[in-house]
Design a protein around this ligand. Structure first.
Ligand SMILES: [Mn+2]
Length: 294
C-alpha cells in the first residue's frame, strides 16, 4: 500500500536536514510559544488518509508543532474502505506517514489502535511496524495517575443506531423545511388531505440523531467505568468532546476531516481538547484554539 520502506526512507532522509530548521512563522507570540512546547501525550483519530477529505497539510503542521512522548493514533487513520474503491494518495498523505514514522524513530512512543475504516491493520495487532505499536486497545496512564482507556469506538455501533449525518443538519435546512412544509400543506389542503408537519417529522429525526451521539458517549463511558478506568479516549463519531459522564471522563479527540481536533496531555497530567485552524490554506500554517481543559 505504501511506498517500499527503503524508498520512503530515502525520500525522508532527503527531507531530513530541512525539518530541524523548519520554523513556523508566528502570527503572534502564542504561536511561537506553541512551536517550542512539548507535550506528554497527543491523541488523534479519524484522519481518513487516502480520502480527499483528509486535511493532511493542517495535520502535518499540527504534528510538527506538538512533539510528544506518547502519540496515540485512535483509529480510522488510513481509510482502507475508500482506497479499495478509488486510489487516492497524494504526497501530503505520504508526508503525514513519514512524520509518524520519524516520530517513532526519534523515541516518541507511537501507539496505533485501528478503527473500522482501517480494520485491515487489526491483523497486525501486537506487532510493530517502523516502531509503531499496533494494539487492539490501550490504557494510557496520565501523569497524575488517571487511567484512560483508549479505543476507536466502532464496537459500540451495535448499541446505538441512527443516520449519523442527521446530527449535522443545520439551521438552514430547518428553515428550508419550514418553507417546504408550508407549500406541501397548501397542496395537501387542495387535495383534501389533513395537515401533516414535515418539520416536526424532521425535528424528530434530528433529535434521534442527537440521541445517537449521547447514547454512544454514555455507552462508551459506562464500559470504561465497568472496566475500572478513570476515563476513556475514543474517536469514530467525528465529534470532539470532553466531559464527565457518570463519574468517568469521556474524551473524544474528534477528526481531521471536518473539525481538525486533538486531545493533548500536558506534563502535569492536564488534558486539553484543541482545535487547529490553518491560517493560510496553502501552507497549512495554523494556530490553536483551546476548546476545553480538564
Ligand atoms: Mn470509525
Amino acid at each position: 500500500m505504501f511506498k517500499p520502506a527503503s524508498e520512503m526512507r530515502t525520500t525522508f532522509d532527503a527531507l531530513g536536514p530541512l525539518i530541524p530548521g523548519l520554523t513556523i512563522p508566528a502570527a503572534h507570540e502564542a504561536d511561537e510559544d506553541t512551536a517550542r512546547r512539548r507535550y506528554r501525550a497527543v491523541f488523534i483519530s479519524d484522519l481518513h488518509l487516502g480520502t480527499p477529505g483528509c486535511q493532511a497539510a493542517a495535520l502535518l503542521d499540527f504534528l510538527k508543532s506538538h512533539p510528544s512522548d506518547y502519540l496515540y493514533l485512535v483509529g480510522d487513520i488510513v481509510d482502507g474502505w475508500q482506497l479499495q474503491r478509488r486510489w487516492y494518495w497524494p504526497q501530503a498523505h505520504n508526508d503525514v506517514v513519514q512524520k509518524l514514522l520519524r516520530s517513532a524513530r526519534k523515541g516518541c512512543r507511537v501507539i496505533y489502535v485501528p478503527g473500522n475504516h482501517d480494520e485491515f491493520a487489526r491483523q497486525f495487532v501486537s506487532h510493530q511496524f517502523g516502531g509503531i505499536e499496533v494494539l487492539e486497545e490501550a490504557v494510557h496512564v496520565a501523569a497524575d495517575g488517571r487511567q484512560l482507556w483508549v479505543i476507536h469506538g466502532d464496537y459500540f455501533d451495535g448499541v446505538v443506531q441512527c443516520a449519523k449525518w442527521l446530527a449535522y443538519v443545520g439551521d438552514n435546512l430547518y428553515e428550508f423545511t419550514l418553507r417546504l412544509n408550508r407549500h406541501l400543506n397548501t397542496l395537501r389542503g387542495r387535495l383534501g388531505l389533513p395537515y401533516w408537519s414535515l418539520s416536526a417529522y424532521l425535528k424528530h429525526k434530528v433529535k434521534k440523531a442527537l440521541n445517537y451521539v449521547t447514547d454512544f458517549e454514555v455507552a462508551v463511558a459506562r464500559e470504561a467505568r465497568r472496566r475500572g478506568h478513570n476515563g476513556v479516549v475514543c474517536g469514530h463519531i467525528h465529534r470532539a468532546e470532553m466531559r464527565d459522564i457518570e463519574g468517568v471522563l469521556y474524551c473524544n479527540d474528534g477528526d481531521w476531516v471536518e473539525s481538525r481536533t486533538a486531545l493533548i496531555e500536558h506534563y502535569d497530567g492536564r488534558l486539553e481538547l484543541v482545535q487547529w485552524t490553518p491560517t493560510h490554506d496553502s501552507h497549512g500554517v495554523g494556530h490553536r484554539t483551546e476548546m476545553e481543559t480538564v
